[in-house]
Structures are given as structure tokens and as C-alpha cells.
Design a protein around this ligand. Structure first.
Ligand code: FES
Ligand code: FES
Length: 165
């Protein structure tokens, strides 16, 4: 990370598989870097206080609440947002995305990008979970619509799909 006389900083990192160097204002939150500087609006702002989890992205494969982090933390790291989930140039949805649609786990959709990214992290370390394990795994993310049953259904369906692939 470099700072120059115009009081901006340069941050080098990888986002959705692409290496980028972004010049931005010091003190910017990671969520704002993603939404404003990169235009990736799939990552959502809600509480801004680290409570709801809708701003979740994966940093080096682990879920983080991007509204709580200074953007400079991503220097030399890999970030995955919902836009990068299907892979470079791949129009096919990821099995987790398909499972959320098939299980009816998307209502307003506001929490869905965070739920899907957290599910990806979870299923990579636990490919054949119980419903209770799935429920605990997504508990840091609040959904105001579904009552969670369909989201757990979607995680179980995604785990089946991914084990078959
Ligand atoms: S917007 Fe980040 S935790 Fe709620
Ligand atoms: S689907 Fe609406 S907040 Fe979760």
C-alpha cells in the first residue's frame, strides 16, 4: 500500500480472480471500496455496525464483514464477491446459487449474496453437514424474510449437488 501527497492510497489485491491496483481515500471501508470504487453492488449495506452480516465477502477464502474493515486490509489478499462466484466468463450459475433458487430460499434477496458466500466457505470445510451445522454456519447473517428453513434446505441441496460434481 502506498500513500502520496494528494492523500490517497494505492491498494493492490485480487478481486474475483482479477489482480487490481486501486487508488482511493484513506480510511475507506472495504464495503465502500467494493461497491463504490469497483461498482460491485452485489455486496449489500444494511446495519453498518457488524451485526447483520449482509456485507459479507470472502477474504482469502474466509467470510468477513466488509463494513467493519478498513479497505487497506485487502493489500495482497484475495477477495471473492457474489459477482465472482461463477468463475471467469462462466454464465452457468454456481451449484449453491442454483440450490438457493430451487429451494425457494431467495425472497427479497438482500441477504442472499452473503448467505451464498458464507455457504461456500462452510461447504468447503464441511461438505456433508447436518441441518443443525448448516443453521449454525449461517447464523452470523440475518434474513428478514425467509425464516431460515428454506435457506437451510438450500444449503443441504447445495451440499448434495457439490458432492455429486
Ligand atoms: S452491513 Fe456489515 S454487518 Fe451489517
Ligand atoms: S431474503 Fe430478504 S433478507 Fe433474506
Amino acid at each position: 500500500m502506498e500513500q502520496n501527497q494528494k492523500n490517497t492510497i494505492e491498494i493492490g489485491f485480487t478481486i474475483n480472480g482479477e489482480e487490481r491496483v486501486i487508488r482511493t481515500k484513506p480510511g475507506k471501508k472495504l464495503l465502500d471500496l467494493i461497491r463504490e470504487d469497483l461498482g460491485l453492488t452485489g455486496t449489500k449495506y444494511s446495519c453498518g455496525e457488524g451485526i447483520c452480516g449482509t456485507c459479507t465477502v470472502l477474504m482469502d477464502g474466509r467470510p468477513v464483514k466488509s463494513c467493519q474493515l478498513d479497505a487497506s486490509i485487502v493489500e495482497n489478499k484475495e477477495i471473492l464477491t457474489i459477482e465472482g462466484l461463477s468463475g471467469d466468463g462462466d454464465e452457468e450459475l454456481h451449484p449453491i446459487q442454483k440450490a438457493f433458487i430451487e429451494a425457494g430460499a431467495v425472497q427479497c434477496g438482500y441477504c442472499t449474496p452473503a448467505m451464498i458466500l458464507r455457504t461456500k466457505w462452510f461447504l468447503e470445510k464441511n461438505p456433508d453437514p447436518s441441518r443443525e451445522e448448516a443453521r449454525k454456519a449461517i447464523s452470523p447473517i440475518l434474513c428478514r424474510c425467509t425464516g431460515y428453513k428454506k435457506i437451510i434446505d438450500a444449503i443441504m441441496l447445495a451440499s448434495e449437488k457439490m458432492r455429486r460434481e
